[in-house]
Design a protein around this ligand. Structure first.
Ligand code: SAM
Length: 232
């Protein structure tokens, strides 16, 4: 522990913009809460700048996944002019902020259940001077929206399949779901496609096109975070 603290102090002295150094042990629970120990400094509220967007958050309470950087950028050019988007598990605005700033979406509804994350979501909307996001604090399965949407981002796992029924309730007759989940190697891509197909059927939809599917990152040994853009 002593060596870690010394290394943290040295890093902070070397890098003028670093005031606090934390060690991250992991992320757990349905709110994806990080387990963090402060090695140097005190203040854990920070503003991460990426792709010209500011993400303000408390690093001791809220996760920020570097591994999702390409995923945050990937969606932007896919959005068609005037689309209404639902970011169902918005966190502090990981996807919503970039889409609101750079995509052609008309409106983005951003649902987040955790009050701490929701507070930062609102703060980040202000910080980035965005006027096309409507933040909603609540559970994805209980929230009601004033209109149906063209596209739903389901940036949450595990067991994302349990939320698919609610997702179809938000979707227009035709629409796209960006489905994130985790699977073991042997189940890719059969199982995620099966989940989408099954839930679509139960809710009166069918898959008309798979626009893309990719492995975002390794999650645990043999387990992968995958994403599928499916049109229904
Ligand atoms: N996709 C993000 C990224 O790129 O880093 C990560 C989003 S984070 C893992 C998922 C968010 O969903 C968390 O902020 C969590 O609080 C929220 N959440 C969990 N269950 C929820 C629910 N039932 N309804 C709405 N939000 C929920």
């Amino acid at each position: 522990a002593y060596e870690k603290k010394q290394a943290a102090k040295a890093a902070a002295q070397l890098l003028p913009y670093v005031r606090t150094v934390c060690e991250l042990y992991g992320v757990s629970g349905k709110f994806r809460k990080p387990r963090v120990k402060i090695l140097f400094g005190k203040e854990t509220v920070t503003t991460h700048k990426e792709n010209n967007i500011f993400y303000r958050l408390d690093a001791s309470k809220i996760m920020f996944s570097k591994g999702n950087l390409s995923e945050r950028k990937r969606l932007i050019p896919q959005i068609k002019n005037g689309e209404v988007v639902l970011d169902g598990f918005a966190g502090i605005g990981y996807f919503s902020l970039g889409l609101a700033r750079f995509s052609r979406a008309k409106k983005i509804y951003s649902i987040e259940k955790n009050r701490t994350a929701f507070g930062y979501l609102k703060e980040n909307i202000r910080l980035n001077r965005l006027d096309n996001i409507e933040p909603i604090c609540g559970d994805f399965r209980k929230v009601r929206l004033p209109e149906k949407v063209d596209r739903i981002l389901m940036g949450y796992f595990p067991y994302t399949e349990k939320f698919l029924g609610a997702a179809f309730g938000f979707l227009k007759t035709k629409g796209i779901i960006t489905y994130h989940n985790i699977f073991s190697r042997g189940d890719i891509w059969k199982k995620p496609l099966e989940q989408l197909k099954q839930s679509a059927k139960e809710n009166g939809y069918r898959i008309s096109k798979i626009h893309g599917k990719r492995i975002v990152k390794g999650y645990a040994p043999g387990i992968f975070h995958v994403v599928i853009d499916a049109e229904f």
